[in-house]
Design a protein around this ligand. Structure first.
Ligand code: NAD
Ligand code: ZN
Length: 345
């Protein structure tokens, strides 16, 4: 079968012919419906080194945002029907710590000693005609359309987790939320904020078409430039936003998120661009939380799937056949995508 393989550190992926995998005990074989291209993959293949990328050691098949149909099950696996559609929960922890047994493999207590991070991050993922996954990682889609569902597994799950954790700051009426970076995750973040809160949503990016899409979803947009903080504070009653979500994570975007936020607010760094933040008693608004998040839990993916079935979360996707998968990644690198790229093998 054809697969998109990350072959070596600091090397752009390639399409290769590889052997079709077989489900072992406790695993399921899926015929892949869709596999999303996430910006985190770019960090993996463009930036990681043998030192920094121990848990994403090549070679492996990319694709940590996958949906598919049951094709076969391994020994001891029951309760699945061939052809039923599922999302794949990506994070793979040790499987036995307190966090893992609670379905929070994203926060595995043994992360430091795990040899991979997720299906598609350090071990084979879904950018192939078939993939195997642990049976416990499957989340049913029911009758919902499975190809456009692929981004739910990361581009929706991650902002959902970040927003749920920030809800105490967004409940109560008259609240403001800020979304920085309106790509794959940021666009879905707006849908989730609308569904879960009554907050006024302010959104910023430097791409006009990304801002137009955010406006169509009901956000007020502010271009990302030297006036953005003043403009955002003005919209947010002069006091600043109650929760900010930075889907870029450069030092300037983190600083903008902090400076745009109110007293008693929460700033969540989601983007992994590696920007450093400053924090001190005098210059940061009082009682302002600064936090980061990583992906989400299995339970949260079930919740996200339910919101998709109800039409509350609708990923906007651009489909690429397997032969064009590398164009999808190149367009992501070049900032040319206007919708989440999903490879359809
Ligand atoms: P994407 O490329 O689809 O979108 C990024 C968006 O940010 C683009 O619209 C771009 O124009 C915009 N942008 C870039 N620089 C900006 C700036 N200075 N100011 C305003 N906007 C700017 O990326 P994505 O797949 O949505 O991922 C977003 C980030 O989240 C990436 O860093 C990715 O690695 C990270 N990520 C983190 C997690 C996690 O668990 N923490 C999970 C998935 C992705
Ligand atoms: Zn664990």
């Amino acid at each position: 079968m054809k697969a998109v393989v990350f072959e070596d550190y600091k090397t752009f992926p390639t399409i290769k012919e590889v052997e079709r995998p077989v489900a072992k005990a406790g695993e399921v074989l899926l015929k892949v419906a869709g596999a999303g291209c996430c910006h985190s993959d770019v960090s993996v293949f463009a930036n990681a080194t043998a030192e920094t990328g121990k848990q994403t050691k090549p070679p492996f098949i990319l694709g940590h945002e996958t949906s598919g149909w049951i094709e076969d099950v391994g020994e001891g696996v029951t309760g699945f029907n061939k052809g039923d559609a599922y999302l794949v929960y990506g994070p793979t922890g040790c499987g036995h710590c307190k966090r893992c047994v609670a379905g929070e493999e994203n926060y595995c207590e043994n992360a430091a000693t795990n040899t991979s991070m997720a299906l598609g991050l350090g071990r084979n993922g879904g950018m192939a005609e078939y993939m195997v996954a642990p049976a416990r990682n499957l989340v049913p889609l029911g009758n919902a359309e499975p190809i456009a569902a692929a981004p739910l597994a990361d581009a929706a799950l991650t902002p959902y987790h970040a927003i749920k954790a920030a809800l105490p700051h967004l409940n109560g009426g008259g609240k403001y939320a800020l979304v920085i970076g309106l790509g794959g995750l940021g666009q879905i973040a707006i849908q989730i904020l609308k569904a879960l809160t009554g907050a006024t949503i302010i959104a910023t990016d430097m791409k006009p078409e990304a801002m137009a899409q955010a406006e169509a979803k009901g956000a007020i947009t502010v271009p990302s430039d030297e006036n953005e903080v003043a403009r955002i504070r003005e919209i947010a009653d002069g006091r600043g936003v109650d929760a900010a979500f930075d889907f870029v994570g450069f030092a300037p975007t983190i600083a903008a998120a902090q400076a745009s936020s109110a007293v008693d607010s929460r700033v969540t760094i989601v983007g992994i661009a590696g920007g450093k933040a400053t924090y001190d008693w005098y210059s940061n608004p009082l009682q302002q939380e600064l936090t980061s998040v990583y992906w989400g839990s299995m339970t949260e993916l079930h919740e996200v799937a339910a919101m998709y079935r109800q039409g509350v979360i609708t990923p906007e996707v651009e489909l690429y056949p397997m032969d064009c998968a590398l164009d999808a990644y190149q367009n992501l690198v070049d900032g040319k995508l206007t919708k989440r790229a999903v490879v359809v093998p």
